[in-house]
Design a protein around this ligand. Structure first.
Ligand SMILES: C[S@@+](CC[C@H](N)C(=O)[O-])C[C@H]1O[C@@H](n2cnc3c(N)ncnc32)[C@H](O)[C@@H]1O
Length: 194
């Protein structure tokens, strides 16, 4: 089962935001909400065989990670606002280093990228990056972990974490710099066609 890990370098780490302002004071949470849509939403169905990790590194209390498990998800709708409400609920929880369930299929923990990757040991990491090797040169696996930036690229520290992973491929999805949610759509399409 593939896992996607999206790092939101400036995305807020508490639930004190307005659902009317998902693009401003949240540090561009809207970008990650669109990633949720791309990861799970099919026409009239939900992808059950995927996990998505949203790593939030903004103020006031980084890090926080939300884990969305397709096999367990409930109450997910295609619009950003209702997904924003699910995320807001999760960020209202006082998390510790282990996972706390917020709503079915949505968990929150006080961990950053190193903690997330520690949970996914033994799997190949595919770092999505504009200047990577062409995706047509590699054979993807349903067990790959895909790591990408949200609104911004990964921080130098997170790049170090990714580089230190035992098996890392740096893969480009094409010559243009894409939105993170579109990267997920393209990568999932490549997996669907295996
Ligand atoms: C919106 S882009 C970041 C754009 C830009 N580099 C910046 O910092 O403003 C978010 C992420 O999507 C991934 N990405 C974007 N275009 C890509 C491509 N053509 N191939 C692979 N990954 C890509 C990268 O992980 C990138 O960090």
């Amino acid at each position: 089962m593939p896992a996607f890990v999206v790092v939101g370098r400036k995305v807020c780490t508490d639930g004190n935001f307005s659902l009317n302002d998902l693009t401003g004071s949240t540090g561009r949470l809207d970008v990650l909400l669109r990633c949720v849509n791309s990861a799970f939403m099919l026409s009239n169905d939900i992808r059950r065989d995927i996990d998505l990790y949203l790593v939030l590194m903004g103020e006031p209390d980084p890090p926080r990670t939300l884990r969305l498990c397709g096999s367990e998800l409930k109450y997910l709708n295609p619009d950003e606002r209702s997904t924003g409400a699910l995320v807001k609920n999760a960020l209202m929880k006082k998390p510790d280093e282990g996972w706390t369930m917020s709503t079915p299929g949505i968990y929150v923990a006080k961990m950053g990228l190193p903690g997330v990757l520690a949970e996914l040991q033994g799997r190949r990491l595919v770092y999505l990056k504009e200047e990577g090797a062409p995706i047509s040169d590699v054979v993807l696996s349903q067990n790959d972990i895909f790591v990408l930036g949200g609104k911004e690229d990964l921080s130098p520290e997170d790049e170090k974490t990714v580089s230190a992973w035992p098996v890392t491929l740096k893969i480009s999805l094409g010559p243009k710099s894409l939105h993170a949610d579109h990267c997920i759509t393209v990568a999932l399409n490549a997996l669907d066609r295996l």
